[in-house]
Design a protein around this ligand. Structure first.
Ligand code: SAM
Ligand code: DTB
Ligand code: SF4
Length: 349
């Protein structure tokens, strides 16, 4: 087995050189790296649930949930905790090991926190891994989620820093990096990736992956989404991505972040079985599973299971992640330090 170092010092030229490799050379390298860290015949399965849908104040040009675009989406209030737990039970029964709860928020409000933390606790009790994506977080919100037992927080960089302003104007790239930093400091695992097909160039795909791989620790989960074109959004008429260019992005992500799960995320509804198989060969080892992403369709669960069977892929079992006493004590001391700091600032301000 090859020895694959985990690097955090990728230059743009090195990343572009990977994108420039002949396709077969790139795929061979990606598959070799993949085998150094993972069983190539296992894919992790996560199910998404939109816990609060639509009416988002942000202007992300790809998103059907932004209130700036008329996409015909029915907005919905924050779901009841019990209803979310019912959805999680169904996801578990269908074979998912992680339940990802997404909210169309710029950031959660204080009044939302008791509900979302109750969702985390309830879903965790079912024996599922938990993930949330709620927008930008403050320090204390990140700590509250970590204390509730949230395993992963998803917050995507979406694209390169240079192209970002073409897609979103209501929050900065730096805002996103700061939220990722807070998630890490609170002790949660990071899920961060981006979207291919927004009109970006290869250098922007390289820039996105360079940012992610040069973080102090690689995100444990790297979702690579293919743009789902939704009528009414500014990107609705974007040209299709060349499937090979999409696969190249997966392969480069795999090579740069060898021990991370790379997720073949949104966009599978528009992909052939052959394209998905090629994405798995390029190193993707996670999918969103279940007939809906947040608001748009995803392949039927039984269709995915049939594809897995045809490829000899088995769903990855969940990691048994018991929090050790030492980790628990460390989390409590971080929370106590944060409270002291808050009291100090409140008294000072
Ligand atoms: N509102 C929160 C936020 O933006 O951080 C969480 C939910 S948001 C829908 C999560 C991610 O979904 C986005 O960052 C984006 O990468 C992805 N996404 C949204 N709409 C998409 C689309 N039409 N196609 C592909 N990915 C999309
Ligand atoms: C991610 O990278 N992709 C997911 C998840 N993280 C939250 C969301 C995809 C959303 C696709 C459009 C929709 O269904 O609304
Ligand atoms: Fe809102 Fe998230 Fe959609 Fe952006 S991606 S518009 S923040 S729901």
């Amino acid at each position: 087995m090859i020895d694959v170092p985990i690097r955090h010092d990728w230059t743009r030229a090195e990343v572009l050189a990977l994108f420039d490799l002949p396709f077969m050379d790139l795929l061979f390298q990606a598959q070799s790296v993949h085998r150094a860290h993972f069983n190539p015949n296992q894919v992790q399965v996560s199910t998404l649930c939109s816990i609060k849908t639509g009416a988002c104040p942000e202007d992300c040009a790809y998103c059907p949930q932004s209130n700036r675009y008329d996409t015909g989406l029915e907005k919905e209030k924050l779901m009841q905790v019990e209803a979310v737990i019912e959805e999680a039970k169904a996801a578990k029964a269908a074979g998912a090991t992680r339940f990802c709860m997404g909210a169309a928020w710029r950031s959660p409000k204080g009044k939302d926190m008791p509900y979302v933390t109750a969702m985390v606790r309830g879903v965790k009790e079912l024996g599922l891994e938990t993930c949330m994506t709620l927008g930008m977080l403050k320090d204390e919100q990140a700590l509250e989620l970590a204390e509730a037992g949230l395993d992963y927080y998803n917050h995507n960089l979406d694209t390169s820093e240079e192209y970002y302003g073409e897609i979103i104007t209501t929050r900065t790239y730096q805002d996103r990096l700061e939220t990722l930093d807070r998630v890490r400091k609170a002790g949660m695992k990071i899920c961060a990736g981006g979207i291919v097909g927004m009109g970006e160039e290869v250098k922007d795909r390289a820039g996105l992956l360079q940012q992610l791989a040069n973080l102090a620790e690689h995100p444990e989960s790297v979702p690579i989404n293919m743009l789902v074109k939704v009528e009414g959004t500014p990107l609705a008429d974007n040209p299709d991505v060349d499937p090979f260019d999409f696969i190249r992005t997966i392969a480069v992500a795999r090579i740069m972040m060898p021990a991370s799960h790379v997720r073949l995320s949104a966009g599978r509804e528009a992909m052939s079985d052959e394209m998905q198989a090629m994405a798995f060969f390029a190193g993707a080892n996670s999918i969103f599973y279940g007939e809906k992403l947040l608001t748009t369709p995803n392949p039927e669960a039984n269709k995915d299971m049939q594809l897995f069977a045809r490829l000899g892929i088995e769903p990855e079992k969940r990691e048994v992640a018991h929090t050790s006493e030492a980790e628990e004590a460390e989390l409590h001391s971080r929370l106590a330090a944060q409270e002291t700091q808050d009291r100090f600032y409140n008294a000072a301000g």
